[in-house]
Design a protein around this ligand. Structure first.
Ligand SMILES: C[S@@+](CC[C@H](N)C(=O)[O-])C[C@H]1O[C@@H](n2cnc3c(N)ncnc32)[C@H](O)[C@@H]1O
Length: 253
């Protein structure tokens, strides 16, 4: 799929160890990663509206822990929030961010590999993974691991590059793949087969644009994540060929 697994992971680790210091100030963070956090908050607000009680959440490939910090500051009813990342420096910065914003004992960060999650079966109600999945050389194994640590009735949410149209193909398969080297943005049909093979069902997805006109408004609305804002078109059924480079996939079992 994307070459030798160990080499691929080492390369990603080295890139992100080096990037961690400037990551939060990068354009990519502004235009891709932050909007992904808002999208997860929106999805979670909708999901929790139909449920009682709090949820425990694992964020895989958590980077500098921005999403965990936003979530802990939101009005969503959360239990523990765990961020996991393969780059030590990302975890260190995530921990620093969490303790400088508000030392919330529910939030912690671990160094680890998405392929071997250091948790018992059925440990979380929600697993999130934003902009990280394309770095995983064994993607089917990771989806099975995600399913293993989820409790029945739980939800997996993945956001990654949508490369099933010409723009997406150029952005992700040509430009990003050249820059990041060993990465694989799976087509929608492949993602669906991963979920089905792992035993997930109830698959929904949203596509959204690179530039988010509503981003400023959303930021002002935080931390009340229970006011869902429309940041992107929502579609159900199948991915269509619009010029939209990111895809948010939600599945459960
Ligand atoms: C582009 S960043 C996204 C960070 C964060 N989710 C966000 O949206 O800001 C990708 C992250 O995935 C992490 N990563 C890459 N390979 C990983 C692996 N095998 N296991 C866990 N994390 C991994 C990287 O270290 C990096 O922090």
């Amino acid at each position: 799929m994307i070459g030798d697994a160990q080499t691929t992971k080492k390369l990603a680790k080295a890139n992100f160890e080096a990037w961690a210091g400037t990551y939060d100030h990068s354009l990519m963070n502004h235009f891709l990663f932050l909007p992904s956090c808002y999208t997860f908050l929106e999805e979670l607000a909708g999901w929790q509206a139909d449920r009682k009680g709090s949820f425990d959440l694992l964020d895989i490939g958590c980077g500098t822990g921005t999403f965990a910090a936003m979530l802990s500051g939101s009005n969503l009813r959360t239990g523990c929030i765990v961020g996991l990342d393969y780059a030590m420096e990302m975890c260190r910065r995530a921990q620093h961010k969490a303790s400088s914003l508000a030392s919330d004992p529910r939030v912690r960060f671990l160094h680890g590999d998405s392929e071997h999650l250091p948790f018992e079966d059925c440990s979380f109600d929600v697993v999130t993974c934003a902009n990280s999945f394309h770095h995983y050389p064994q993607q089917q194994s990771v989806v099975c691991e995600m399913r293993r640590v989820l409790r029945p009735g739980g939800r997996l949410m993945i956001i990654d590059g949508f490369r099933d149209n010409v723009i997406g193909w150029v952005v992700f398969d040509v430009i990003i793949a050249t820059y990041e080297k060993s990465v694989y943005h799976a087509p929608w049909t492949v993602m669906r087969s991963y979920f089905e093979s792992a035993g997930f069902e109830n698959i929904t997805h949203r596509k959204f644009n690179l530039v988010f006109p509503a981003q400023g408004k959303l930021r002002r609305d935080l931390p009340d994540a229970r006011q869902p804002q429309r940041v992107c078109s929502r579609e159900t059924g199948r991915a269509s060929n619009r010029l939209c480079p990111l895809l948010c996939l939600c599945v459960g079992y």
